[in-house]
Design a protein. Structure first.
Length: 642
């Protein structure tokens, strides 16, 4: 297809370009690595508007002029020169990052950059392995982001699989959460499958309807719907040791119960899908409408109403600014304030010119995504890591953490310079990274300063038929109550009942303390794989889609290992599982979210961090490129097929 653009349109597009990524495209278009001069190496600085700048104006103009000529030549038919050498690509990585990337990241980032266009995480099984794998039957629980991904990879490997989904459509959290303002808090050009880029995302941080459409589109392009049983609930699964199969108990949309048999059981149900209501007396007595943000009542019109919002987590951070202008009075009940992380483009649309560059300029999209990936992954990791012997007090865990805290405190103060009463309530006392940070572009603080909005920090004593009573005896009248109180994150796989070897139930084994090797496998439960399982949540460094892609590659690698060995079962060794969890616990204790001064949904009732990955992302990538056969016990082929 011929692509045409006027010079004026191209100038407008280049004005919107991310210049470091554009410079890398220019190297590809011209084959001229001498463009990588020191003056063209960005030195990222934070500008007054909260955005990043990295070049002097003369350098900006030079890059745009050179890119314009090269792009016009490319559109006129000029062939691309030979690709840059691996050594040049390595230099380009440092240039676009604006810093020398440590050597141990090279293979990891080269894989993520994927300049050849190859889907490096797709299965590449031998014909013999495919023949053996074709006899496997797999049940996947959930058709959200991870379940869709698992289906794609299983189909590519030629396996027989069924995805069981409780909802009437795909999308998981992006189908269920429909509250006003719902959007992703990770840049969308990174919050997408690496092999399914979308250059037409309308926003930098896409809204729920856009993301739902994206996952529906991916499902359609990979023709997964024939493999999905919608409106069907998995109630439990029992491992049949004699036949080495999982017997999966399901309830259909008609209420009928069936049993599916599978050699492999993969759960892809997420961590944040079961709403948690606060432990407050009298919730059931309230006479008006009340609902959790994850079960938003679209039939309730809040216009002109007195509304009480309990909780100030991620969902409330998004829907409070949306509903504040329409309600008569809004009272937000806060237990602990969140840390706002600057995101100046949080509600911005992606300019048309940038979309054009992403779609039509060779390798621009690859390098733009690479820049996002590097800047938002391990670049922030050290700032939430505790310094050994830190004596600076409980509000930080180290020097870097304290410095970042100071910067964010000043940013908060700048948004409410005349409201010391409000600032006292919204500046957290716990370390940055101790709880989930929320992307901020000023709308939260603006909402709290409206005349019809009050932030209440006095603890709640009970809910009455007419509203909320705080411990100071004041009754706050309300026409509606909305709970923004998060999810039952530590109750992994609940309410499913999963029974492994010897009739042992998984939740009994965990006893409120879920653990798994690499977040995916547990001893005593052969052929069971958990996606987004214990200790695979990421706090400050990256997109959960990256983690899911690594996990699914690993799981499919385990199935390939079984197929090649002719094995009926694969089970992680107890000593491998236990040693891994010792390392995880020790590392989490050294992170801000492991601080004994912080309570959060990252921890279980005993205070152990059950959710978070405490190491750099590169460590998870290295651990999941391929399974180590020595980590597992492979069982002999079953005497009867499933």
């Amino acid at each position: 297809m011929t692509v045409t653009i006027s010079e004026a349109e191209l100038d407008a597009a280049l004005a919107e370009a991310h210049l470091p990524a554009l410079l890398m495209s220019l190297v590809h278009l011209t084959g001229d690595a001498s463009l990588l001069t020191q003056e063209r190496r960005p030195a990222y600085v934070l500008l007054a508007d909260g955005k990043l700048g990295g070049y002097h104006e003369a350098v900006q103009a030079d890059i745009r002029d050179r890119a314009k000529a090269a792009i016009l030549a490319h559109l006129a038919g000029a062939p691309l020169p030979p690709p840059p050498s691996p050594e040049t690509v390595r230099r380009m990585m440092d240039w676009v990052a604006g810093a020398d990337i440590p050597g141990n990241y090279a293979a990891f980032l080269t894989d993520e950059l994927s300049l050849t266009g190859a889907d490096t995480k797709s299965p590449n099984w031998t014909p013999e392995a495919r023949k053996a794998g074709a006899k496997m039957k797999v049940v996947v629980v959930g058709a959200g982001m991870s379940g869709i991904l698992a289906g794609i990879r299983l189909k590519q490997a030629g396996l027989d699989f069924t995805i069981v989904e409780k909802n009437p459509d795909v999308g998981g959290t992006w189908l269920e959460n429909v509250y006003p303002g719902c959007r992703v808090d990770n840049p969308n050009h990174m919050y997408s499958y690496s092999f399914e880029p979308n250059h037409d995302f309308p926003y930098y941080y896409s809204t729920q309807p856009v993301l739902l459409d994206y996952f529906r589109g991916v499902t359609a392009r990979h023709d997964l719907r024939p493999n999905i049983r919608f409106e069907t609930t998995v109630e439990g699964a029992v491992f049949d040791e004699d036949r080495a199969v999982w017997r999966v108990e399901i309830q259909t949309r008609d209420g009928d119960r069936e049993t599916l048999e599978a050699n492999i059981l993969i759960t892809a149900v997420g961590q944040l899908n079961r709403p948690r209501y606060p432990d407050i007396d009298g919730l059931e007595t309230f006479e008006g409408p009340s609902f959790h943000s994850a079960r938003w009542r679209t039939d309730v019109d809040l216009t002109g109403k007195r509304v009480a919002v309990i909780g100030t987590g991620a969902s409330a951070y998004q829907f409070v600014p949306e509903i504040a202008p329409k309600v008569a009075h809004l009272e937000v009940f806060q237990r602990t304030p969140p840390w706002p992380l600057p995101g100046p483009t949080y509600h911005d649309e992606v300019p048309a010119g940038k979309k054009w560059l992403l779609e039509h300029v060779p390798f621009y999209g690859k390098w733009y995504r690479f820049w996002l990936f590097w800047m938002l992954t391990d670049g922030f990791y050290e700032a939430v890591k505790a310094d050994e012997g830190w004596k600076g007090g409980p509000e930080a865990v180290g020097e870097a953490n304290a410095m970042m805290r100071g910067m964010l405190v000043e940013a908060i103060r700048a948004q409410a310079p005349n409201r010391p009463d409000l600032l006292e309530k919204v500046i957290p006392e716990y370390p940055l990274g101790g709880k989930r940070g929320l992307v901020d572009n000023g709308v939260w603080m603006a909402a709290l300063q409206r005349d019809n909005v009050d932030l209440i920090t006095t603890p709640i004593e009970r809910v009455t038929p007419r509203g909320v009573v705080t411990t100071d005896g004041v009754e706050h009248g309300a026409d509606a109550i909305i709970y923004g109180t998060g999810f039952q994150a530590s109750r992994f796989l609940w309410p499913m009942r999963i029974v492994g070897r010897g009739g042992v139930e998984l939740h009994d084994t965990w006893n409120g303390d879920p653990r798994a090797y690499l977040g995916m496998t547990a001893p005593g439960f052969p052929n069971l794989f958990i996606l987004y399982g214990p200790n695979t949540n990421i706090v400050v460094n990256g997109s959960i889609i990256f983690f899911s892609e690594c996990s699914v590659r690993y799981v499919v690698g385990c199935l390939e290992l079984m197929a090649k060995a002719g094995a009926a079962t694969l089970e992680v060794k107890r000593e491998v599982h236990d040693a891994f969890n010792v390392r995880v616990d020790a590392a989490n204790a050294r992170m801000a979210w492991g601080s004994p001064h912080v309570d959060s949904w990252y921890k279980n009732a005993a205070g152990r961090v059950t959710q978070n990955w405490p190491f750099p992302l590169v460590d998870y990538w290295n651990a999941t490129v391929a399974p180590n056969p020595d980590d597992f016990t492979l069982g002999v082929r079953a005497t009867a097929e499933a």
